[in-house]
Write a protein that binds this ligand. Structure first.
Ligand code: CP
Length: 332
């Protein structure tokens, strides 16, 4: 099996064995980094980082990973490039493909990143689209492996809005890995039916399962991992806040939710999180709706079961694995 030359666009494109290969490589690269062993194994290669949406973790992970691998990264945002405005996406992708060995894209529809891969002719990596966030899931699964020694058989319960990139990607990734995925949310916040059916088909073959619960008290019973994400995704209008808060407030991850999970359960969040008044958005929500915490209580976020910063660090090691696996033919 080889991941050499492959784009990383969505987990549906990969087998469990391939996902595990990325995770195993990430562990080895993490060990090298921790022990100060140089690993400039992609020296001289170049990667373009195209961000149409803001980012802290994903951008930093790609930039630091590229530097650690001996590569050069060039950051392009919508204001400083012609992409999509004065030049079509297809033309821009063809140009980037002539200059770079790989491209990362964060932005809107999944079909955009799929088109970049097609037109550029070089490995392309999805740094988040509306539908999927696959590099985040690799970091999450590496963290789960580090905490529990495995992913197979682990029950992951996702609280909140499961319709978009995080709910979709966790559901598909969990199904591939033979995990038990539970989305605890109102019915209208479930992933789309076609994707649920696909996840159920994959889970049936892997020994995993896909379930839904509308009961925030019972949802986390038996969970090894309780996971949540922000209630409003990047690019959504502020006008959706009111309804979102009304609908999802009962699904905040609280001490009670964690107590209902297994004693060994961990709390995960892809970040950024609204757990206090330390952000502009958090303060604006407080002034308008009178709530100090949103998808997770500060007590859980900063509590002993929270692994959110281990998870954030693992963005670096897993993204490095994605780049290295694709650009380096043989890796020790
Ligand atoms: N989790 C995540 O994708 O973080 P950023 O938006 O900061 O990249």
């Amino acid at each position: 099996m080889s991941l050499y030359g492959k784009s990383f666009l969505k987990l549906l494109d990969f087998s469990k064995e391939e996902i595990d290969e990325y995770l195993s490589l990430a562990s080895r690269l993490k060990e090298k980094k921790k022990r100060g062993i140089p690993h400039e194994i992609a020296k001289g290669k170049n990667i373009a980082l195209v961000f149409e949406k803001t980012s802290t973790r994903t951008r930093c992970a790609f930039e630091v990973a590229a530097a650690d691998l001996g590569m050069r990264a060039v950051y392009l945002d919508p204001k400083s490039s012609q992409i999509g405005k004065k030049e079509s996406l297809a033309d821009s992708a063809k140009v980037l493909g002539r200059m770079f060995d790989a491209i990362e894209y964060r932005g809107f529809a999944q079909e955009i990143v799929e088109d970049i891969a097609r037109y550029s002719g070089v490995p392309t990596f999805n740094g988040l689209t509306n539908e999927f966030h696959p590099t985040q899931i690799l970091a999450d699964f590496l963290t789960i492996k580090e905490k529990f020694g495995k992913t197979e058989g682990i029950t992951l319960c996702y609280y909140g809005d499961a319709r978009y990139n995080m709910g979709n990607s966790l559901m598909i990734g969990a199904a591939k890995e033979g995990m038990h995925f539970v989305a605890c949310c109102p019915e209208k916040y479930r992933p789309n039916q076609a994707l649920v059916r696909e996840a159920e088909r994959i889970a049936k073959a892997s020994g995993g399962s896909v379930r839904f619960s509308t009961d925030p008290e019972k949802g986390s019973v038996g969970a090894d991992v309780v996971y949540t994400d922000v209630w409003v995704s990047m690019g959504e209008e502020e006008s959706v806040w009111k309804e979102r808060i009304q609908d999802l407030l009962p699904y905040r991850v609280t001490k009670k939710v964690m107590e209902n999970a297994k004693e060994s359960a961990i709390f995960m969040h892809c970040l950024p999180a609204f757990h206090d008044l330390g952000t502009e958005v958090g303060r604006a929500i407080y002034e308008k709706f009178g709530i100090r915490e949103m998808e997770v209580s500060d007590e859980v976020f900063n509590g002993p079961r929270s692994v959110v910063f281990d998870e954030a660090e693992n963005r670096l090691h897993t993204i490095k694995a994605v780049i290295a696996a694709s650009l380096v033919k043989e890796i020790e």
